[in-house]
Ligand binder design. Sequence first.
Ligand code: FPP
Ligand code: ZN
Length: 541
Amino acid sequence: MTSSEVKQTYARSQRPTPVDGYPTSTSTLQTATENILLKQLLDSSRIPGDASPPSTTGPVLQRNQHLQFLLRNLLQGFPQRYVSQDASQPWLLFWTLQGFSVLGVGLDDKIKKRARETLLALQHPDGGFAGGPGQFSHLLPTYAAVCSLAIVGQPGQSGAWDAIDRRKMYDFFMSLKQPDGSFLVSHDAEVDVRGIYCLLAVATLLNILTPELLAGLPEFIVSCQTYEGGFGNASFPEWDFQEENDEVTRVPSAPRPVLGEAHGGYTFCAFASWVLLQPYIRSYYTPAGSANTNPTIDYRALLRWLANMQGTAIELGGFKGRTNKLVDGCYSWWVGGCFGLVEGLLGIHAAPPASTGVNENSASTTADTSAGGASDDGWHDADDALLNRRALQEYILYAGQHPAGGLRDKPPKPADSYHTLYCLAGLSAAQHRVTPDETRRAQLLERWNAGEARQWDVSGLQNLITDQQARADALRKDVFASTLSWLEDEGADEYIGGSGNRVNATQPLFNLTVTHTELMMAHFYGQKLPPRQAKTPPKSK
Ligand code: FPP
Ligand code: ZN
């Protein structure tokens, strides 16, 4: 058979999503997308059974084109079409700077200095960061600004870290707090789990996480999980009312309905928040089994939903953000990134690559390793991660890359900075395993310097009675050790197309590298970090 006959046979063997004879805009768009993705795969790869000599061993990460794309935006400024992002200026910087970090490229001092100045100009006099000069502060650009500063900043006034007004940031956060534990995203605005994630990530990095800030938050997060298993954007604050003696009051015990449908973006934010809340839940809630049970989420339903968001072979194994919608490169991170968090929190370990297994969802040529062990491109198909890591890499590399540089939602869309970062971060999540390491946690707890840490307190809790102070200190210590215990298990890396496609690992809680996270947290918690040792090999469960 000629190469083109092989491709035609392969195309016919792919199973499209069934249609029922009553076309809707959803089903029509789904079919059109599947055709586009299949064509993209056939045009850019070898497929099973094709005996013609391969031009490459698999899809190639067009690293240089992506770097040029990021650099062009950074040095020449963003093109006119980004005008709609006027209130997202720290985000444009974060997507670009973290894009460089994932690609393993450091920035020169001049670029870093310019980025620091741009970001500090967005700090609001009343705390937090705004999306643009003269705008109000808002939780979302605050996360983007602080994470960008983690990349380009350092200690000292000129390094920008000590120019972050943490006391005012804390007051800004507290001013957004709602009676149900949640937070507005900005003054006079709405409640949304995106804002809550941004607040928790920043408060963790800057050491301004206190029990008073966190009160009621676990219950709020729990209330955002939908019947599907993923999370919606918020939950209904006032639902069931009772009338007694002419007084109408809310029924506090009434189940609180979630607002909106389960979505990958909200699910990442809610679940990462849940993980960030674990030290607080550990020390401020009653032990499981007692009368007041801990707030809990339905992990089984969450995992089922997450797994079902991964597309089929004809969708090249990309992720969608919600049921019955289209695959999109950015969900490689928002949904793909959740698996590492679940594996890390529940201690689910992928088995070491040795036994048998065939990757059924794979779209590419090199999946046939029925005898187990590595395939001809070095892939170990015995990997038993909870997502199909190989298929996700295929989506990103075949469909996510724009030939002119930068990454995208799907062909034929143009590349943009947002999709460039979240496709690269998704590629990183599919290549690496970054999970908590008990040995590292124990080492950080043992070396904890409580006196230094308390110097950084912004809550005024150091002036409170001893018991409250001791609990707040214990929380700070647990937050530090738990967050920095997430390390890469280097033996669990898997790349399609060979190790030339390797990108850096990212810390799944923040989408920063482990090193940037460590440096910023060591500074704001007043700790000296012991050197990292090779990660303890995980025990299979
Ligand atoms: C739907 O868009 C998108 C949403 C409802 C929200 C998405 C939220 C995120 C991506 C999380 C952002 C996180 C932070 C930290 C700010 P759509 O209808 O265009 O897309 P869809 O068809 O794929 O759902
Ligand atoms: Zn997208």
